[in-house]
Design a protein around this ligand. Structure first.
Ligand code: CMC
Length: 430
């Protein structure tokens, strides 16, 4: 805690509020006693000035475009590490030793299969169901298979539940995809690494030998690293809020998946690709830039802008490089969507509207082009985001449960409805 305090004056009454400092980033004014001392709440819809928790996991400096997982810059992790190592780092706070890494990889790998009854959940869905709807349902349904994980006060059970979710997300995601295209489910193969295994479960068919392309596997693994955590965003806050009541962790992650689905959040990768397809050719870009700037038009440039980043999203830079690597590997010399994206980015970055509002490409701007080239349909993009973000949700959920000061999350409100009035029977209502 800082020795500083902040003084708030309400109705001529001044109260001293403690100021807390983090290791980096803005300090916070601790307003938890404000209501008791003044009878007033604070008001901050969208939480633009509110830190809802203390956390040691991820740090973002939105002005400088910096993203750190447990202190390590995202570009270093993406370049040198792998996704499971990142999972270990997020969960335990340190990079693993070789022995710890081997043990962690082994434990995750041994949990990749889902209960065979789970297959029946899938067959209850229409083939054209959105895979995010299937993921919300199936991950929530895992609560029904693992009753032991409901004892969230037991660290061992929390750890097993965490392993299960990280391990089973690729299996469920691949099943959602296979179901949508009418192909049989492909079981996990434990000798493969995490991401290669996922690619095989998505793209192998029983009738043929499937060889994983290591360049694509590495690229997808990097995409998973980029999406692994992003501090207190909407879906993570949803997971924390759901978990604050002591709910089953699988149900909490299902809540996070539901929140991620929206186009302002994880659904933006799907929306960004659809937008690029709709624009179609570079000559139509000015028309769409004009629409994005028009106050009377709800259209926004998808994959642009961010609540926290007021500079280039550091993940977007790595994603852009990955896009080129993937297209090169697949021998895609000219991708019309990439042409539109590159040109759109150039035009927007020079446009006064986007400069003034500090709107830069975010991670979702290039991810869709990359995932499409790999063979994923647009409806799977947000599923891949959910797969990768699961570890972040779990790390944040665990941190919350382990925090001795944790209480149920319960925001207050500014009530603007009717004041008290008497009930009138239906016969007496005019
Ligand atoms: N295109 C055009 N104008 C925009 C855009 C955009 N993409 N984003 C923000 N603006 C304008 C907005 O109209 C507003 O203008 P004004 O001040 O004149 O009213 C101003 O910029 C501030 O926007 P805001 O909606 O108040 O900002 P926010 O922090 O609430 O929203 C955002 C952040 C990411 C929801 C928003 O930028 C957006 O809708 N972007 C498109 C969707 C997208 O790409 N989302 C992915 C985010 S990154 C991955 C993730 O988090 O899941």
């Amino acid at each position: 805690m800082s020795s500083n305090t902040s003084t708030v004056t309400v109705d001529n009454k001044s109260v001293e509020l403690p100021v807390k400092d983090g290791t980096i980033g803005p300090s916070v004014i601790d307003i938890s006693k404000l209501y008791g001392q003044t009878g007033m709440f604070t008001y901050d819809p969208g939480f633009t000035s509110t830190a809802a928790t203390e956390s040691k996991i991820t740090y973002i400096d939105g002005d400088k475009g910096i993203l750190l997982y447990r202190g390590y810059p995202i570009d270093q992790l993406a370049e040198h590490g792998d996704f499971l190592e990142t999972c270990y780092l997020l969960l335990y706070g340190e990079l693993p030793t070789a022995a710890q890494k081997a043990d962690f990889d082994y434990r995750v790998t041994r949990h990749t299969m889902v209960h065979d009854q789970m297959n029946r959940f899938f067959t209850g869905f229409r083939r054209d169901a959105h895979p995010m709807a299937i993921m919300v349902a199936c991950v929530g349904a895992l609560s029904a298979f693992y009753h032991d994980s409901t004892d969230i006060s037991d660290p061992h059970q929390r750890m097993i539940a965490s392993m299960r979710m990280i391990a089973k997300m690729p299996t469920l995601a691949a099943m959602a995809y296979k179901y949508s295209i009418g192909q049989p489910f492909v079981y996990p193969q434990n000798e493969l690494d995490y991401t290669s295994n996922f690619l095989r479960m998505c793209f192998a068919v029983p009738a043929e030998e499937y060889k994983v392309n290591p360049v694509l596997s590495r690229a997808l693994d990097r995409i998973f690293i980029l999406h692994a955590d992003h501090e207190q965003n909407a879906s993570t806050s949803t997971v924390r809020l759901a978990g604050s009541s002591g709910a089953n962790p699988f149900a909490c992650i299902a809540a996070g998946i539901a929140c991620l689905w929206g186009p302002a959040h994880g659904g933006a990768n799907e929306a960004a690709l659809k937008m690029l397809e709709e624009i179609g050719t570079p000559d139509r870009i000015p028309e769409y830039i004009a629409k994005a700037k028009d106050k009377n038009d709800p259209f926004r440039l998808m994959g642009f802008g961010h609540r926290v980043y007021k500079n280039y999203d550091p993940r977007a830079r790595i994603m852009q490089k990955t896009t080129h690597e993937v297209l090169n590997e697949l021998g895609i010399k000219d991708d019309p969507l990439l042409d539109v994206a590159v040109e759109l980015e150039q035009i927007a970055l020079k446009d006064e509207y986007f400069i003034e509002k500090k709107l830069y490409p975010n991670i979702d701007f290039y991810s869709g082009i990359t995932l499409k080239a790999m063979g994923f349909p647009t409806s799977m993009f947000t599923v891949l985001f959910a797969l990768a973000r699961t570890v972040g949700w779990i790390a944040q959920w665990s941190e919350m449960i382990e925090d001795p000061s944790q209480r149920i999350g319960r925001p207050r409100q500014l009530y603007t409805g009717e004041t008290e009035r008497d009930y009138v029977t239906v016969a007496q209502r005019g």
